[in-house]
Design a protein around this ligand. Structure first.
Ligand code: FAD
Length: 547
């Protein structure tokens, strides 16, 4: 099989033009082309009137070696790499090495915990999976209930429950992580087997939206259970059993809120970035935790049609292109970076609180991405050295303080405080919406958002919005709506692990993983990290390292 990269065709090319372009590129007769499949498809929209599709293709041809030799100067032609997933050990090898030991335990059913559990189950290790929240259907009822009736369940919401933080999301499935072993492909392949559309395998920026994610998460649970995995919902881990040994701690078990103790020597900790009580427990138990940078800012809503027009011009609305996204960065004169984060085309802004008396925003969409507004977080980077020094958990206190301010400024009833972009930049409170109607539920209370954020962040954002207009024409729109507050952009802590074994720096058998541990930032990268730690668990079992 040969891989052809960078094969370009116009956006509206006919189906037959693709094989014709392959024949031309390889300079072979039609009968020598035995078959082909699309490995990736992206687009180049820099010229709006002449948008180009860019293909990577896997092509089967007669006399493959001769073709390769003849075209050896073509950098974009090579033998197709084998991207199939290879297990690090067989179930038989692991069964022998693991005999008599307690089962591995996974905390969290977000993408990281889900993939860790799936891989452990596929390797025959029958993991026990502990989730503080509810099954995804019941969780959906609680979460939508909060948006409609302002009644927050601190254990069942946008952050907590089966499927993790990304369940009510845009379901963007791409990442910029280095992935030489093609773990991302394994994640996408498993998602397709669980019901995701096949296109996620080959389009360059795939997304699946909220409702499909819910079904996929359920299907993956069924698969894991069929392989011997065991789920426990409403089972919050509140303590760890760590045996102190001469050279550090060794995990021996976990304790649930109801007092039940589960023995294990291999614990995958995939608790996400909002498990603040769990971070506190880890710190108290002496597990190595350090503060980490993250970002704060607002959600911004524009009409989706404005973004589509700016990115795609006359091709706005083309079915292959879908709703347009954007990516923005501005380096403010006070030294702060301001950037767009988790952009959701054709989506809605959602209430993402997990603690009472605090307001947090985030974004989600459905597969169709056909809501009227585009939303994105616009955030300012902050760091522990400068902004919350002195304690490994100081970032959590900082987040809590800002979220509580947002709650008060919104009217202390879970409305988000909001402001028009023009008013924010001009430094005056807003009193009425313009043409952009915000999507946040339960509601938006217009006010002066400068009161919530530290001055450096306000200054940097006021500079960034007009500057973004140079990157997306029309972005600095007087009546675009800002809502606050974005604080959960990534984890405020890192639960540091060793590079070789992926176990905690000072606690053997503990595998900190995913976004909460500071090793992922998104659904795909969290899933990939879940695969990596499952492999590390298997390798540790084989090596007999965690006894
Ligand atoms: P999480 O998904 O946070 O999962 C952690 C799980 O652990 C939760 O289910 C939680 O209930 C459980 N847990 C926590 N503490 C305990 C405990 N003590 N005991 C038992 N269980 C516990 N990323 C993208 O790539 N694309 C997107 O489109 C996207 N949109 C998003 C939209 C929203 C609204 C949100 C909130 C996030 C979005 N993200 C998106 C980010 C993405 O969801 C996260 O990066 C990802 O979910 C992190 O995965 P994780 O498994 O590490 O942690």
């Amino acid at each position: 099989m040969l891989r052809i990269n960078e094969l370009k065709l116009p956006l509206n090319h006919a189906e037959a033009e693709l094989p014709a372009a392959i024949l031309k590129r390889l300079d072979i007769p039609a009968e020598d082309l035995l078959g082909f499949s699309v490995y990736k498809r992206s687009y180049d929209a820099r010229k709006k009137t002449a948008i180009v599709l860019i293909y990577s293709l896997d092509v089967e041809v007669r006399n493959e070696q001769q073709v390769l030799q003849r075209l050896h100067h073509d950098q974009h032609l090579m033998p197709s790499p084998d991207t199939r997933y290879q297990f690090v050990a067989t179930p038989e090898q692991l069964a022998a090495a693991h005999a008599g030991q307690p089962r591995p335990v996974v905390i969290g059913t977000g993408p990281c915990g889900l993939f860790a559990a799936l891989l452990l189950a596929q390797m025959g290790l029958r993991p026990i999976i502990l989730e503080r929240g509810k099954q995804v259907r019941e969780r959906t009822v609680d979460t939508f209930g909060f948006w409609r009736k302002r009644k927050l369940n601190p254990e069942s919401n946008v952050q907590f429950g089966e499927g993790g933080a990304g369940t009510f999301s845009d379901g963007k499935l791409y990442s910029q992580i280095k992935d030489p072993k093609h773990y991302g492909r394994k994640v996408l392949t498993e998602f397709v087997q669980a019901g995701a559309p096949e296109e996620i395998i080959y389009v360059s920026k795939p997304h699946i939206g909220t409702f499909r994610l819910v079904k996929m998460v359920e299907q993956m649970r069924a698969n894991i259970e069929a392989m011997g995995g065991e789920y426990h919902f409403e089972s919050k881990v509140v303590d760890l059993d760590i045996e102190q040994q001469a050279d550090g701690g060794q995990i021996r078990g976990v304790v649930l809120e109801n007092g039940v103790r589960i023995a294990t020597n291999h614990l995958v900790l995939a608790v996400g970035h909002s498990a603040r009580d769990t971070f506190e427990m880890l710190y108290e138990r002496g597990v190595y935790v350090e503060a980490k940078p993250f970002s704060i800012g607002f959600r911004v809503e524009h009409p989706q049609s404005l973004i589509d027009q700016c990115r795609f011009g006359p091709n706005a609305g083309h079915p292959i292109l879908g709703a347009a996204d954007y990516k923005l960065v501005h380096h403010a004169s006070n030294g702060r970076a301001v950037y767009s984060f988790c952009m959701c085309p054709g989506g809605t802004v959602v209430a993402a609180s997990s603690e009472e008396g605090r307001v947090v925003t985030n974004g989600m969409s459905q597969y169709s991405r056909n809501e009227r507004n585009a939303n994105s977080a616009i955030v300012v980077s902050i760091s522990p050295e400068v902004d919350y020094p002195g304690h490994p958990l100081a970032g959590i206190a900082f987040q809590r303080e800002l979220e509580a301010r947002a709650f008060q400024l919104g009217g202390a009833n879970y409305n988000a405080p909001g402001q028009l972009m023009g008013d924010f930049v001009a430094g005056r409170p807003s009193t009425a919406f313009g043409a952009v109607i915000p999507s946040f539920k339960p509601g938006v209370h217009l006010t002066d958002l400068a009161e919530i954020l530290p001055e450096f962040a306000v200054t940097a954002l006021r500079e960034a919005f007009p500057a973004f207009d140079k990157q997306v024409k029309g972005y600095f729109k007087q009546d675009a709506v800002l809502t606050g507050l974005e604080t959960r952009t990534s984890s405020p802590v890192r639960i540091k692990r060793r590079d070789d074994t992926l176990q905690s720096l000072n606690t053997r058998g503990l595998f900190p993983a995913g976004e909460g541990a500071g090793y992922a930032g998104g659904i795909l990268s969290a899933g990939v990290d879940g695969i990596k730690v499952a492999e590390a668990v298997a390798q540790s079992i084989l090596a007999g390292a965690a006894k």
